[in-house]
Design a protein around this ligand. Structure first.
Ligand code: HEC
Length: 155
């Protein structure tokens, strides 16, 4: 009798433990504390990876080293013959006015302007590749711009 009760008790404990483990994986409570992907800190690896991604996917419009489509017009805007000019992303343009989350969304989902050639890369690049491309062009920003960007996000 005693032994039977002990076995029952042990089964209940095992069931409870299993339920807890399953719950942990279903609800991933730690994800409440993890940062969104665009807040990941750049590393020399992510910047190097981003440089390759940028060269293969973005430089065709934004120029090599993200100088912009037209060196005279880092802010982009409209071309004389119509259509959008790809702005510089190296800190001389306007991109640094956007928090990292907005930069991520522009690259992930594309420009809000439907007639813009800036289309989303969601199907083409993984989230971490998009973040790496941001780490790369931010690595080109002068320190002062980088500081102002960080301050802007914190306020
Ligand atoms: C086919 C040309 C083209 C390609 C390829 C392209 N872009 Fe763009 N991008 C543009 C144009 C044009 C704009 C500005 C017009 C707009 O925002 O709609 C823009 C805007 C942006 C902006 C917003 C800049 C700002 O100052 O507001 C970011 C950030 C950006 N692109 C990043 C990227 C990244 C990163 C890639 C590669 C993964 C990429 N783009 C590929 C043409 C392109």
């Amino acid at each position: 009798m005693m032994e039977n009760q002990l076995v029952l008790r042990r089964r209940q404990l095992t069931a409870l433990l299993l339920a807890m483990i399953v719950g942990l994986f279903l609800f991933e409570p730690w994800s409440l504390f993890s940062k969104p992907i665009w807040e990941q800190e750049p590393s020399s690896e992510s910047i190097a990876k981003g440089e390759q991604i940028f060269a293969a996917n973005c430089a065709v419009c934004h120029g090599e080293k993200a100088v912009g489509e037209n060196l005279q017009r880092p802010l982009g805007g409209m071309k004389d013959q119509g259509g959008y000019l790809a702005p510089a992303l190296n800190g001389t343009g306007h991109a640094w006015h956007h928090p990292d989350e907005v930069l991520f969304r522009i690259i992930h989902e594309g420009s809000i302007a439907e007639d813009s050639p800036m289309r989303g890369f969601a199907g083409k690049l993984s989230d971490s590749e998009i973040v790496a491309s941001i780490h790369y062009f931010k690595s080109l920003w002068p320190k002062e711009i980088l500081n102002r960007h960080t301050e802007m996000v914190q306020h």
